[in-house]
Design a protein around this ligand. Structure first.
Ligand code: FAD
Length: 271
């Protein structure tokens, strides 16, 4: 039987992850990428002997990528070396010692860091980790399903998560429930900048970003984060998929409202 054909536009992390999963399930995958390299916003450039990531520079929640690799019959740890970074970062406040947050698997170091600068604050840290853990466990299932109609917002998982959504507050307000010191509120809210927002404006739902950093840690990918995209593209090719670089797609072709192929910038059509 002829393999079902899949066309993917763009070899960014999204297109590559889809390409890996589909090629591992036996589909005939063709990825068309307009740039001369893979990775999209997770690409890199070289300057002399040095390589620089253009997009993300550190890695969160490796288990998400591990799950994708396992589903594709592969192992992430055989192909990518992830190095956990502790302390995760160094925060400097005027007139205070440096504050170096550690991930939760080094919580005694974190308690020490907190108490060194903010006495009695490690209890607040535990309160924050416990409540945010509950919040994440309620919200995570809701992040894995599409919301294509209003009815999707009435599904049991979403309704159960509603009391934890914190969407009517800002991230800064949510952190105010745990910490009274201004510096601590800032230490757990600056992560709003990852989604391009201010902690005073971003919905409190996103307080889970700093929780995820503390819970699962922050990782460096040996060789740069762009290696993840390169490795996935190699696996797609190993599984019989094809990646066409320097090949911009001009339009998606439809018949009876169904996508049936694409037209490339050079005029070729692929169905
Ligand atoms: C500075 C920076 C820091 C970031 N930090 C983080 C982080 O810490 N954690 C995190 O999760 N995310 C981070 N991101 C975001 C992350 O890089 C993106 O979410 C991710 O790259 C999105 O993947 P994507 O495949 O959906 O889109 P993209 O990466 O944008 O890939 C889309 C691809 O499609 C190609 N394309 C577009 N149009 C066409 C066409 N017509 N024909 C052919 N090809 C086409 C593009 O060239 C591109 O390669 C960061 C991004 C930046 C820029």
């Amino acid at each position: 039987m002829e393999k079902k054909k899949i066309i993917i536009i763009g070899a960014g992390p999204g297109g590559l992850a889809a390409g890996l999963l589909l090629s591992s399930k036996g589909y005939s995958v063709k990825i068309y990428e307009k740039k001369p390299y893979v990775g999209g916003r997770n690409s890199s450039f070289n300057l002399g002997d040095y390589k620089f990531d253009l997009g993300p520079t550190f890695f969160l929640m490796p288990q998400v990528l591990e799950d994708i690799f396992i589903e594709a019959g592969e192992r992430l740890d055989e192909r990518v070396n992830l190095i956990e970074i502790n302390p995760m970062y160094r925060l400097k406040f005027y007139g205070l010692d440096d504050f170096n947050p550690y991930s939760y698997n080094k919580k005694f170091l974190m308690y020490g860091e907190m108490e060194k600068i903010f006495p009695y604050s490690s209890k607040s840290y535990d309160k924050y980790m416990n409540r945010e853990s509950k919040k994440f466990s309620k919200l995570e299932p809701c992040l894995k399903v599409p919301y294509l109609s209003l009815v999707d917002y009435l599904k049991p998982n979403f309704l159960k998560a509603l009391p934890y959504l914190d969407a009517h507050k800002s991230i800064y307000d949510v952190l105010g429930n745990y910490y009274k010191e201004e510096e601590l509120k800032l230490s757990f809210t600056f992560q709003a900048k990852y989604i391009g927002m201010s902690p005073w404006v971003a919905p409190g739902t996103f307080s889970m970003i700093s929780y995820l950093e503390h819970k699962y840690g922050v990782f460096h990918v040996e060789g740069g984060l762009n290696r993840v995209s390169k490795v996935i593209s190699e696996l797609i090719i190993k599984k019989g998929g094809e990646i066409f670089l320097d090949t911009p797609v001009k339009e998606i072709l439809f018949k009876d409202k169904k996508a049936i192929g694409i037209k490339l910038d050079n005029g070729d059509t692929i169905e």
